[in-house]
Design a protein around this ligand. Sequence first.
Ligand code: BYC
Length: 321
Amino acid sequence: MDQQPQNTTEEALNAKFEARIAAGETIEPKDWMPERYRTQLIRMMSQHAHSEVVGMLPEGNWITRAPSLKREMVLISKVQDEAGHGLYIYCGTETLGVDRAELVDQLLSGRAKYSSIFNYPTLTWADMGVIGWFVDGAAIVNQTVLAKASYGPYARAMIRICKEENFHKKQGYEIIATLAKGTPEQKAMAQGAVNRWWWPSLMMLGPSDTNSPNTAELMRWRVKRKTNDELRQRFIDLTVPQADAVGLTLPDPDLKFNPETQHYDFGAINWDEFWQVVKGNGPCNRERLQARRDAHENGRWVREAAEAYAAKHSSPAQSAA
Ligand code: BYC
């Protein structure tokens, strides 16, 4: 007997929630939401936050080796922005009732995912250019759409992040454009970086739609507004003319404009490589996780000092003093 009204209430709340989604309304932290919507958002947003933080490592590796003071300043600023993005998104995730310490623990223990792209090594200065151009470029394509996601805190975080990503992409493309019109060695360095990062950048946008178990549900709830394949196609269509403009070749012999579809056709993606990287067997997975564990350990004294300070100032005696 007790069960009946409860189910009815749940059903009514669910129906109201679905109607709000269908009407294009934004869901806010204190609104009722199905448990599955909440856990899907925590999964996706925490992976996104981890990606921003781990994503500092490949470029951070080049700050002390930047070729000029100006390049160094720009790179430091970009890497700091990525830390900020991680913080906004961790804060957004906390609005869903999860503790950030728990999310960080999931990352450090290897239970959480983060973007596959950050498990590749940065071998030359040209990689700084290509990361800005391809990786931030792909992120903009993905995040511009997420800025219209149904969950308010996530969508709003994306608006600010996308503004910063535009600067990141411009600085990367400018590095590549400079190298591409430099000495033959510089042009070769740029082409080498393009060759190494092109396919992993396409993989970054996620598995093909036929192998993407979360897409249908996330699209129905308007968290995702485009599928992985749709975003990948958009990224390719935008990037091919940019490569032509700087005289570099994308490493895909099947890349060709299709006048019927008005899109570029492209070759087969090596999904085995993608899943290997996602499972932890990419070129730098172990190194990246170890770097995050070391950073967390080295920052322990800062967290303890901040906690001690907060505790001291929250006691009534201290507040009065
Ligand atoms: N890498 O059903 P699917 C940045 C996982 S950082 C690893 O399609 P979904 C930057 C996926 O999690 C910003 N794993 O999932 C920073 C799922 O596993 P679980 C990076 C991946 O959620 C520094 C399974 O595969 N951007 O821009 O519908 C310097 C099946 O996938 C990947 C974001 O994080 C991957 N690439 O779609 C420079 C964007 N792809 O959880 C730049 C936010 C998929 O079921 N996230 N998996 O065990 C998203 O847009 C979506 O979550 C994804 C995946 C498109 C990534």
